[in-house]
Design a protein around this ligand. Structure first.
Ligand SMILES: *[C@@H]1O[C@H](CO)[C@@H](O)[C@H](O)[C@H]1NC(C)=O
Length: 110
């Protein structure tokens, strides 16, 4: 069953100007970098995301939003727990992020 993985970041106000671009480019690049450990084929179905541009005063400080789609729970779990490219991404934003919010769901399952 498809898993939709929503990730919201609040970049630290002290992060330099390129950090906002870098986080978006890197998150989007993971779509191609993350490959299945057995097949070597990219397993992320899709990633969209970028800088907040909401006109509502409801962002709660969150500066970036990403929606990542996985084919199934196994792929999501590999991404979250094991994928070396995802780990490298997390290391790259270490110290630049004030807050991360993650919510996953399966469409139609409630
Ligand atoms: C979200 O984007 C809007 C429009 O650019 C901006 O006014 C607002 O400050 C942003 N919120 C955050 C938390 O960055």
């Amino acid at each position: 069953m498809t898993i939709v993985h929503i990730v919201l970041f609040q970049l630290k106000s002290t992060a330099d100007a390129t950090a906002a671009d870098d986080i978006t480019k890197y998150m989007l690049a993971l779509r191609d970098q993350c490959v299945h450990p057995d097949t070597g084929v990219p397993y992320i179905k899709s990633t969209i995301g970028g800088l907040n541009n909401s006109k509502e005063p409801l962002s709660g400080g969150l500066t970036h939003a990403f929606v990542v789609e996985f084919e199934n729970e196994q792929d999501r779990d590999y991404y979250v727990k094991e994928d070396p490219h995802h780990k490298a991404f997390k290391a790259s934003i270490n110290g630049k992020i004030e807050k991360v919010v993650v919510v996953d769901f399966t469409p139609g399952v409630f």
